[in-house]
Unconditional design. Sequence first.
Length: 210
Amino acid sequence: MAAKEIIAAARALDALGFMPSKSGNLSVRTARGCLITPAGLPYVETGPEDLVEVALDGSVLAGHRRPSSEWRLHTAVYAARPEAGAVVHTHSPFATALSCARQPIPPFHYMIALGGGADIRCSAYATFGTAALAEACVAALEGRRAALLANHGAVALGRTLAGARTLAMEVENLARQYLALRAAGLPPVLLTEAELREVFAQFGDYGRLT
């Protein structure tokens, strides 16, 4: 079931333009580590047999392909965030564009609260596929459910794959809206701390990790 969910989610995000040129990757936590998309395989060609189960130390537990080059990022998130059941990493266009400016998404819209805090942070830069990137990602996610990866893309975690995918889509939506404001030369009016507290109180269960 998990394998079919991963493939369906990957293909859906790919169709939205979130995974250009075989980029981006998805995983779901397992009892032994996580089940992750393979390296270098177009998502339209990926089947359940192509997914790879890796331990949190990166050793391959099951599967005949190489795991995604970002397996370190995924396993680091699972190690640091026991509540995370799934991780979605995208190269969605607007979030990626903003990450290339190494800018966070500030609290210009109340839906920012879905990310778990007052903004969507941008991580420090590190080369893709490295332990340094995994470390930078975990740091940017502290107290958050989503982050931008400098000059790279975005990452979202969820208790479920559906929750992580939904959050990744919302991060892209927020990035698009924020960049549209800036492109129009309109300075966004940011929510105050008091207003954000009201948002979190209003969200209640709706704002919790899904």
